[in-house]
Design a protein around this ligand. Structure first.
Ligand code: ATP
Length: 248
C-alpha cells in the first residue's frame, strides 16, 4: 500500500528554543494505509519528528527550519494542530495524556469535539470504538485516572480515532506497559490498519516489537535517519539489536 504517498517528510531540521538542534535531517514517507515505524534510542528525535508533522512542535517552542512536510500532496508545515486533525492527522502523545478527572467515555467524547457529529452519529462512533476496545466499554463510567496504564493507552488511541483520522502519529504506545497488554494494543493497531485503512507512523524504542507489526521502518540516530528499509528485512539483521537496543 506504499505506492500512494499519504505523508511525505523531506529534509526537516527542527530546533528547540532557537538553539537546540533536535532533528538535523529527516526524510520519510508513509503510504496510504501503511504502518511505518520510527525507531531509535531515547533522545534520537522520534517525538520531535512527530511534533513537526502534527503541528505540536510550536507548543514546545520548536521550529522547523528546513525541509517540508506534505500530507496528501499539500504542504502542511506551519498548519495548526487542530486544523490538521480536521484534515485527518492525529497525534497520540507519549505518556497517554488522558484527562484523569473525566470518565473514560467523557475522554472519548473529547475526541469528537472538532467534528461535532450529530448525536446519533456520535453514539454510533462511540459504539465503534467500544467494539475495537471492549475494555473501554467495561470502564466507560470509570474515571480515566483510575484505569490501568494499558487502558489509558487504549483510551488515548480510541479518543484519537474519534477524530476520524487517516494517519495516526503514535508516540511510544508500549512505554511502561506489560508485554501482554502491549501485544493486545499492537494487535488492535494492525486490525485498525487492515480493516479501517488507518495509516500509522509509530515512534518506538522497542524495535523488535515494531518491526514485527510495521511494513517499513526508519532508524533515527542523533536526529538523522541512520537506516531505513522493509521491516521484514530489518528484523533479520541481528546487528541492529546491538546497535539500536531493540529490547523487546
Ligand atoms: P524519547 O523516547 O525520549 O521521546 P525521542 O527519540 O523521541 O526520545 P526527542 O524527544 O525527539 O527524542 O528528543 C530529541 C532531542 O531534542 C533530545 O536531545 C532532547 O533532549 C531534545 N528535546 C526534546 N524536547 C525538548 C524541549 N522541549 N526543549 C529542548 N530540547 C528538547
Amino acid at each position: 500500500a506504499a505506492d500512494r504517498r499519504l505523508l511525505d517528510v523531506s529534509g526537516i531540521e527542527v530546533v528547540y528554543g532557537g538553539a537546540i538542534l533536535a532533528v538535523a535531517d529527516v526524510s520519510l514517507t508513509v503510504g496510504q494505509g501503511e504502518i511505518v515505524a520510527l525507531l531509535g534510542a531515547n533522545g534520537a528525535g522520534k517525538s520531535t519528528v512527530l511534533k513537526a508533522i502534527s503541528g505540536l512542535a510550536a507548543a514546545d517552542r520548536a521550529t522547523v527550519r528546513q525541509g517540508h512536510v506534505r500530507f496528501d500532496g499539500q504542504d502542511i508545515l506551519g498548519t495548526a494542530a487542530n486544523r490538521l486533525t480536521k484534515r485527518g492527522i492525529v497525534h497520540v502523545l507519549e505518556g497517554r495524556r488522558v484527562f484523569s478527572h473525566l470518565t473514560v467515555e467523557e475522554n472519548l467524547l473529547s475526541g469528537a469535539f472538532l467534528h461535532k457529529p450529530a448525536r446519533g452519529e456520535l453514539v454510533r462512533q462511540l459504539d465503534d470504538i467500544y467494539a475495537w476496545f471492549p475494555r473501554l466499554k467495561d470502564k466507560r463510567r470509570t474515571l480515566a485516572g483510575l484505569t490501568s496504564g494499558g487502558e489509558q493507552q487504549m483510551l488515548a488511541i480510541g479518543r484519537a480515532l474519534l477524530t476520524q483520522p487517516r494517519l495516526v502519529l503514535l508516540d511510544e504506545p508500549s512505554m511502561g506497559l506489560a508485554p501482554t497488554i502491549v501485544q493486545e494494543i499492537f494487535r488492535i493497531i494492525v486490525r485498525l490498519n487492515r480493516e479501517k485503512g488507518v495509516a500509522f507512523l509509530l515512534a518506538e524504542q522497542n524495535a523488535a516489537l515494531s518491526l514485527a507489526h510495521a511494513s517499513r521502518a526508519y532508524f533515527l540516530e542523533s536526529g538523522r535517519v541512520a537506516l531505513e528499509g522493509k521491516a521484514e528485512d530489518l528484523a533479520q539483521r541481528d546487528d541492529l539489536h546491538h546497535i539500536y537496543l531493540g529490547s523487546g
